[in-house]
Ligand binder design. Structure first.
Ligand code: PGA
Length: 253
Protein backbone atom coordinates (compact mmCIF):
# COMPACT_ATOMS: atom_id res chain seq x y z
CA UNK A 1 0.00 0.00 0.00
CA UNK A 2 1.48 3.33 -1.11
CA UNK A 3 0.92 6.03 1.47
CA UNK A 4 1.45 9.70 0.65
CA UNK A 5 4.16 11.03 2.98
CA UNK A 6 3.11 13.81 5.35
CA UNK A 7 5.67 16.27 6.68
CA UNK A 8 4.18 18.30 9.51
CA UNK A 9 5.67 21.25 11.37
CA UNK A 10 4.61 21.71 14.98
CA UNK A 11 5.58 25.25 15.88
CA UNK A 12 4.55 24.81 19.53
CA UNK A 13 4.56 28.09 21.52
CA UNK A 14 6.75 29.96 19.05
CA UNK A 15 6.26 32.83 16.60
CA UNK A 16 4.53 36.18 16.67
CA UNK A 17 2.05 36.73 13.86
CA UNK A 18 4.69 38.49 11.74
CA UNK A 19 7.24 35.72 12.31
CA UNK A 20 4.65 33.06 11.51
CA UNK A 21 3.66 34.78 8.27
CA UNK A 22 7.29 35.07 7.18
CA UNK A 23 8.02 31.41 7.96
CA UNK A 24 4.85 30.18 6.25
CA UNK A 25 5.56 32.34 3.21
CA UNK A 26 9.10 30.99 2.88
CA UNK A 27 7.84 27.40 3.08
CA UNK A 28 4.90 27.93 0.71
CA UNK A 29 7.23 29.51 -1.84
CA UNK A 30 9.58 26.55 -2.09
CA UNK A 31 8.94 23.80 -4.59
CA UNK A 32 7.14 20.99 -2.80
CA UNK A 33 7.34 17.60 -4.53
CA UNK A 34 3.87 16.64 -5.79
CA UNK A 35 3.95 13.21 -4.17
CA UNK A 36 3.78 14.42 -0.56
CA UNK A 37 1.69 16.50 1.85
CA UNK A 38 2.95 19.32 4.05
CA UNK A 39 1.15 20.68 7.10
CA UNK A 40 2.02 23.64 9.33
CA UNK A 41 0.67 23.95 12.86
CA UNK A 42 1.32 27.47 14.17
CA UNK A 43 0.04 28.69 17.54
CA UNK A 44 -3.67 29.61 17.66
CA UNK A 45 -2.93 33.35 17.52
CA UNK A 46 -1.26 32.98 14.11
CA UNK A 47 -3.68 30.53 12.49
CA UNK A 48 -5.75 33.10 10.61
CA UNK A 49 -2.71 34.97 9.32
CA UNK A 50 -0.91 31.78 8.26
CA UNK A 51 -4.15 30.55 6.66
CA UNK A 52 -4.18 33.66 4.48
CA UNK A 53 -0.53 33.14 3.50
CA UNK A 54 -1.24 29.50 2.57
CA UNK A 55 -4.39 30.23 0.55
CA UNK A 56 -3.89 28.81 -2.93
CA UNK A 57 -0.84 26.75 -1.91
CA UNK A 58 -0.96 22.98 -1.35
CA UNK A 59 0.39 23.40 2.21
CA UNK A 60 -2.23 22.39 4.78
CA UNK A 61 -3.05 24.38 7.90
CA UNK A 62 -3.22 22.53 11.21
CA UNK A 63 -3.77 23.41 14.85
CA UNK A 64 -2.01 22.13 17.98
CA UNK A 65 -5.08 21.15 19.99
CA UNK A 66 -8.87 21.29 19.90
CA UNK A 67 -11.83 21.09 22.27
CA UNK A 68 -14.61 18.53 21.76
CA UNK A 69 -17.50 20.96 22.02
CA UNK A 70 -18.71 23.29 19.29
CA UNK A 71 -19.12 26.26 21.64
CA UNK A 72 -19.89 27.12 25.22
CA UNK A 73 -18.36 27.82 28.60
CA UNK A 74 -14.91 26.27 28.05
CA UNK A 75 -12.50 29.07 28.96
CA UNK A 76 -9.17 28.76 27.21
CA UNK A 77 -10.32 26.19 24.67
CA UNK A 78 -10.80 26.42 20.89
CA UNK A 79 -13.56 24.50 19.14
CA UNK A 80 -13.38 22.36 15.99
CA UNK A 81 -15.79 24.79 14.29
CA UNK A 82 -13.44 27.68 15.08
CA UNK A 83 -10.53 25.79 13.56
CA UNK A 84 -12.55 25.09 10.44
CA UNK A 85 -13.45 28.74 10.29
CA UNK A 86 -9.76 29.69 9.91
CA UNK A 87 -9.16 26.97 7.33
CA UNK A 88 -7.61 24.19 9.43
CA UNK A 89 -7.74 20.70 7.96
CA UNK A 90 -5.77 18.80 10.58
CA UNK A 91 -5.22 19.05 14.32
CA UNK A 92 -2.51 17.62 16.58
CA UNK A 93 -4.06 15.89 19.61
CA UNK A 94 -2.46 14.27 22.64
CA UNK A 95 1.03 15.67 22.10
CA UNK A 96 3.35 14.55 24.90
CA UNK A 97 3.60 18.14 26.17
CA UNK A 98 -0.20 18.18 26.56
CA UNK A 99 -0.08 14.84 28.37
CA UNK A 100 2.92 15.44 30.60
CA UNK A 101 2.94 19.20 31.27
CA UNK A 102 -0.80 19.87 31.20
CA UNK A 103 -2.09 16.56 32.53
CA UNK A 104 -4.27 15.54 29.59
CA UNK A 105 -5.58 12.03 30.03
CA UNK A 106 -6.38 9.34 27.46
CA UNK A 107 -10.07 10.04 28.12
CA UNK A 108 -9.74 13.73 27.36
CA UNK A 109 -7.67 13.00 24.29
CA UNK A 110 -10.33 10.54 23.07
CA UNK A 111 -12.97 13.28 23.38
CA UNK A 112 -10.78 15.68 21.43
CA UNK A 113 -10.27 13.09 18.66
CA UNK A 114 -14.02 12.49 18.49
CA UNK A 115 -14.75 16.23 18.39
CA UNK A 116 -12.24 16.84 15.61
CA UNK A 117 -13.51 13.90 13.58
CA UNK A 118 -17.14 14.99 13.98
CA UNK A 119 -16.26 18.30 12.33
CA UNK A 120 -14.23 16.75 9.52
CA UNK A 121 -10.82 17.73 10.87
CA UNK A 122 -8.13 15.06 10.57
CA UNK A 123 -6.78 14.28 14.05
CA UNK A 124 -3.02 13.72 14.28
CA UNK A 125 -3.08 11.55 17.40
CA UNK A 126 0.28 11.53 19.20
CA UNK A 127 1.42 8.60 21.29
CA UNK A 128 4.77 7.81 22.84
CA UNK A 129 6.56 6.29 25.79
CA UNK A 130 8.85 8.00 28.31
CA UNK A 131 12.47 6.92 28.75
CA UNK A 132 11.59 5.18 32.00
CA UNK A 133 8.82 3.24 30.26
CA UNK A 134 11.14 2.22 27.41
CA UNK A 135 13.91 1.15 29.76
CA UNK A 136 11.55 -0.92 31.84
CA UNK A 137 10.23 -2.73 28.77
CA UNK A 138 6.76 -1.16 28.82
CA UNK A 139 6.87 0.63 25.46
CA UNK A 140 4.37 -1.55 23.62
CA UNK A 141 2.00 -1.70 26.58
CA UNK A 142 1.98 2.11 26.89
CA UNK A 143 1.46 2.63 23.17
CA UNK A 144 -1.36 0.09 23.08
CA UNK A 145 -3.11 1.81 25.99
CA UNK A 146 -2.73 5.27 24.45
CA UNK A 147 -3.91 4.08 21.04
CA UNK A 148 -6.87 1.98 22.14
CA UNK A 149 -8.10 4.56 24.67
CA UNK A 150 -7.43 7.51 22.39
CA UNK A 151 -9.41 5.85 19.59
CA UNK A 152 -12.19 4.36 21.71
CA UNK A 153 -15.43 4.36 19.68
CA UNK A 154 -13.80 6.31 16.84
CA UNK A 155 -15.25 4.97 13.59
CA UNK A 156 -13.35 5.55 10.39
CA UNK A 157 -14.59 5.13 6.82
CA UNK A 158 -11.11 5.58 5.40
CA UNK A 159 -7.50 5.57 6.58
CA UNK A 160 -7.23 9.17 5.41
CA UNK A 161 -9.46 10.35 8.26
CA UNK A 162 -6.79 9.88 10.92
CA UNK A 163 -3.03 10.23 11.30
CA UNK A 164 -1.06 8.65 14.14
CA UNK A 165 2.23 10.18 15.28
CA UNK A 166 4.65 8.04 17.25
CA UNK A 167 6.78 10.39 19.31
CA UNK A 168 9.00 8.81 21.96
CA UNK A 169 9.01 11.38 24.76
CA UNK A 170 12.75 10.93 25.28
CA UNK A 171 13.41 11.97 21.68
CA UNK A 172 11.37 15.19 21.70
CA UNK A 173 13.51 18.30 21.72
CA UNK A 174 16.50 16.33 23.00
CA UNK A 175 18.48 15.83 19.81
CA UNK A 176 18.29 12.10 20.58
CA UNK A 177 16.39 10.47 17.72
CA UNK A 178 15.11 6.91 17.82
CA UNK A 179 17.27 4.65 15.68
CA UNK A 180 15.70 3.66 12.37
CA UNK A 181 15.34 0.13 13.75
CA UNK A 182 13.50 1.38 16.85
CA UNK A 183 11.27 3.58 14.69
CA UNK A 184 10.40 0.78 12.26
CA UNK A 185 9.85 -1.79 15.01
CA UNK A 186 7.52 0.53 16.88
CA UNK A 187 5.67 1.74 13.78
CA UNK A 188 5.15 -1.87 12.73
CA UNK A 189 3.71 -2.65 16.16
CA UNK A 190 1.37 0.36 15.85
CA UNK A 191 0.35 -0.71 12.33
CA UNK A 192 -0.57 -4.18 13.59
CA UNK A 193 -2.60 -2.68 16.42
CA UNK A 194 -4.46 -0.52 13.91
CA UNK A 195 -5.11 -3.62 11.78
CA UNK A 196 -6.59 -5.23 14.87
CA UNK A 197 -8.80 -2.20 15.55
CA UNK A 198 -9.92 -1.30 12.03
CA UNK A 199 -10.42 -3.03 8.71
CA UNK A 200 -7.11 -3.93 7.16
CA UNK A 201 -7.50 -1.65 4.14
CA UNK A 202 -8.20 1.29 6.48
CA UNK A 203 -5.26 0.48 8.78
CA UNK A 204 -2.82 0.07 5.92
CA UNK A 205 -3.94 3.36 4.36
CA UNK A 206 -3.38 5.29 7.60
CA UNK A 207 -0.23 7.33 7.93
CA UNK A 208 2.02 6.83 10.95
CA UNK A 209 4.41 9.74 11.45
CA UNK A 210 7.62 9.63 13.45
CA UNK A 211 8.41 12.60 15.69
CA UNK A 212 11.31 13.40 17.99
CA UNK A 213 14.41 15.33 16.88
CA UNK A 214 13.78 14.84 13.16
CA UNK A 215 16.25 16.95 11.18
CA UNK A 216 17.57 17.24 7.61
CA UNK A 217 20.32 14.70 8.39
CA UNK A 218 18.18 11.87 9.75
CA UNK A 219 14.96 12.29 7.76
CA UNK A 220 16.06 10.25 4.71
CA UNK A 221 16.88 7.16 6.77
CA UNK A 222 13.70 7.44 8.85
CA UNK A 223 11.51 7.90 5.76
CA UNK A 224 13.11 4.85 4.17
CA UNK A 225 11.48 2.57 6.76
CA UNK A 226 8.42 0.69 5.51
CA UNK A 227 6.02 1.87 8.20
CA UNK A 228 7.30 5.44 8.62
CA UNK A 229 4.95 7.56 6.54
CA UNK A 230 6.02 11.02 7.54
CA UNK A 231 7.45 13.22 10.24
CA UNK A 232 6.12 15.51 12.94
CA UNK A 233 8.84 18.09 13.35
CA UNK A 234 9.31 20.59 16.18
CA UNK A 235 12.60 22.48 16.44
CA UNK A 236 13.70 21.89 12.85
CA UNK A 237 10.34 23.19 11.56
CA UNK A 238 11.02 26.69 12.90
CA UNK A 239 13.58 27.50 10.23
CA UNK A 240 12.47 27.56 6.61
CA UNK A 241 15.70 26.07 5.26
CA UNK A 242 15.79 23.06 7.59
CA UNK A 243 12.06 22.34 7.23
CA UNK A 244 12.33 22.64 3.43
CA UNK A 245 15.20 20.13 3.45
CA UNK A 246 12.99 17.80 5.47
CA UNK A 247 10.11 18.27 3.02
CA UNK A 248 12.50 17.34 0.21
CA UNK A 249 13.68 14.11 1.85
CA UNK A 250 14.82 11.30 -0.40
CA UNK A 251 14.36 7.68 0.55
CA UNK A 252 17.81 6.19 0.93
CA UNK A 253 17.10 2.72 -0.43
P1 PGA B 1 11.26 18.06 18.08
O1 PGA B 1 9.70 18.04 18.48
O2 PGA B 1 11.34 17.84 16.59
O3 PGA B 1 11.75 19.44 18.48
O4 PGA B 1 11.93 16.96 18.82
C1 PGA B 1 8.82 17.14 17.88
C2 PGA B 1 7.45 17.30 18.45
O5 PGA B 1 7.33 17.55 19.65
O6 PGA B 1 6.44 17.20 17.73
Amino acid sequence: MERRPLLAGNWKMHTTIAEAEALARAIAQTAIPADRDVMLAPPFTALAAVGRVLAGSPVLLGAQNVCWEEKGAFTGEISPAMLQDVGCRQVIIGHSERRHIFGETDGMINKRVAGAARFGLVPVLCIGETLEERESGQTFQVLERQLRNGLLDIKLASGKELVVAYEPVWAIGTGKTATVEQAQETHHFVRNLLIDMYEKNIATQMRILYGGSVNPDNVDALMSQDDVDGALVGGAALKADSFCSIINFKKSA
